[in-house]
Write a protein that binds this ligand. Structure first.
Ligand SMILES: NC(=O)c1ccc[n+]([C@@H]2O[C@H](COP(=O)([O-])OP(=O)(O)OC[C@H]3O[C@@H](n4cnc5c(N)ncnc54)[C@H](O)[C@@H]3O)[C@@H](O)[C@H]2O)c1
Length: 283
């Protein structure tokens, strides 16, 4: 479907949560290029002015920025009312804010787990439940994009809290798409953006140069826009190290743990790792 029939058109309004940097800022700039009004929410208040200048330079006739934490439902409700008042409502919503400070299963830091769940999972639930009802009510064509992760699908060891949030975002967004297509009068589609390795603040870890394997946020958004145009729900991005065929094998192996009655995360299990490597090489 053409992007203008999905809310990407002059006069429409986009909101990007976590839009002051990285993939969110690249998306906000891309949306600006359609001549849309672009709003961003980000808790990094110090980045908002520079982000707004870039979004305006990219073509947005009107912009608005809001310093807020997406885990704070009341803050998002107030922003929703202000956007509705000023611009009439939102047509394109991207729930993208995310953090990855690291986690461990039995670490003493309960607050860390709560923060990761609060931003990555509740941020997406809050953004959707606060903004989408008026998007439905408006009856205009529109799009909801939630940013997930391959870590929510293959759930590799090492960062359980992050994996839990991204698995939750996948399940939530699948249910959202089902709900939207069964809601009379709704002209909205939901999409799960699944980035590969993207060089951003989240993955920089002290590096100043982009590693060869990583994509830029702009490459990721190029791929996302093509996925939206194709009508893809799962927008599964490759990167310079991992192609789609490899991702398909990794995902098939992960679901195969259930079907074949293997232990979970068998890809990293000493008794099954070699079988996974052989599976990966099979045509
Ligand atoms: N970079 C990657 O390789 C990669 C891979 C898979 C998924 N992702 C996901 O992509 C999304 C964007 O991440 P990015 O890589 O662009 O990182 P980033 O750090 O550049 O951007 C994330 C933005 O979210 C904002 N943010 C963080 N916590 C917030 C909060 N509580 N409330 C509001 N805003 C908040 C940050 O200030 C930042 O501007 C995240 O959901 C991340 O999990 C990234």
């Amino acid at each position: 479907m053409r992007l203008e029939h999905k809310g990407f058109a002059p006069g429409s309004v986009a909101l990007v949560n976590g839009g002051a940097d990285g993939i969110g800022l690249a998306a906000a700039c891309r949306f600006a290029g359609f001549g849309m009004t672009v709003c961003i929410v980000d808790h990094a208040a110090d980045k908002l002015d520079a982000a707004e200048a870039r979004i305006r330079a990219a073509g947005a006739p009107h912009t608005a920025t809001f310093a807020a934490d997406v885990s704070d439902r009341a803050a998002l409700e107030s922003i929703e009312a202000r956007i509705a008042d000023r611009f009439g409502g939102v047509d394109v919503l991207m729930n993208n804010a995310g953090i990855q400070p690291g986690s461990s299963m039995f670490g003493p830091d309960l607050a860390r787990w709560q923060q990761i769940l609060g931003v990555n999972l509740w941020g997406v639930i809050n953004g959707t439940q606060v903004f989408v009802p008026r998007m439905i009510e408006r009856g205009r064509p529109g799009t909801v994009i939630n940013t997930g992760s391959k870590q929510g699908i293959t759930t590799p060891p090492g960062d359980p809290a992050y994996n839990v949030t991204k698995a939750g975002v996948k399940a939530f967004t699948e249910a959202l798409e089902h709900e939207l297509r069964n809601t009379g009068g709704a002209r909205l589609g939901a999409h799960l953006l699944i980035p590969g390795f993207v060089f951003t603040g989240l993955t920089r870890r002290g590096r100043t140069e982009k590693p060869d394997g990583a994509w830029t946020p702009e490459e990721t958004v190029d791929f996302m826009m093509k996925g939206l145009e194709n009508g893809d729900f799962y927008i599964l991005c490759p990167d310079n190290d991992v192609d789609r065929a490899t991702d398909e094998k990794r995902m098939a192996w992960a679901i195969g743990d259930i079907i074949e009655n293997r232990p979970p995360l068998s890809r990293w299990h000493p008794d099954h790792g070699a079988a996974f490597e052989a599976f990966l090489k099979r045509d």
